[in-house]
Design a protein around this ligand. Sequence first.
Ligand SMILES: [Fe+2]
Length: 185
Amino acid sequence: MKNAAQTPTTTSRPLLWNTHHDQPQSRRVEVIALLNRELADVLDLKLQAKQAHWNVKGAQFAALHELFDEVAAGADEIADELAERAVMLGGVARGTIQSVAAASRLATYPAEALASDEHIRALSGALARVAHSLRNAIAVATTQEDAGTADVLTQASRSVDKLLWQVEAHVALEPRSTEPVKSLT
Ligand SMILES: [Fe+2]
């Protein structure tokens, strides 16, 4: 009979499937963990966008209802790429709601938000956080010399930057820099 003490119970242990993929195992373990961290954030982002899509109210309802659904669809596509890249490398994609809730680094979405500007502010913050994290992840994948993963992350980064622009374009933000605008003449 198997000793219960020998039965692996942890879910954080890196689990690699046999594969002919040629990148060294140590590199793949690092990159799979990186991809799963991004995956958790992006799946959280998807649900936050759906929360906004369902609950937004106000004069801009039609446009924002549609835009927030586009953000959710965009996040869903990115999540698929990240998850499948992790599995290609021999890993396990950690996409259960429990894994996402435990691993996401996004701020908790304001569940009572109703007005357009509340949703725009909250979703912009989530998108900016994901965009920042993806940029750091590109740098890590590049350092690991995994050009394929860096490419997946770069495409994801460009998509999130675009979604952030589209959401932020619905409000006039305060300038973030206090530096005077340089003259073009
Ligand atoms: Fe819908």
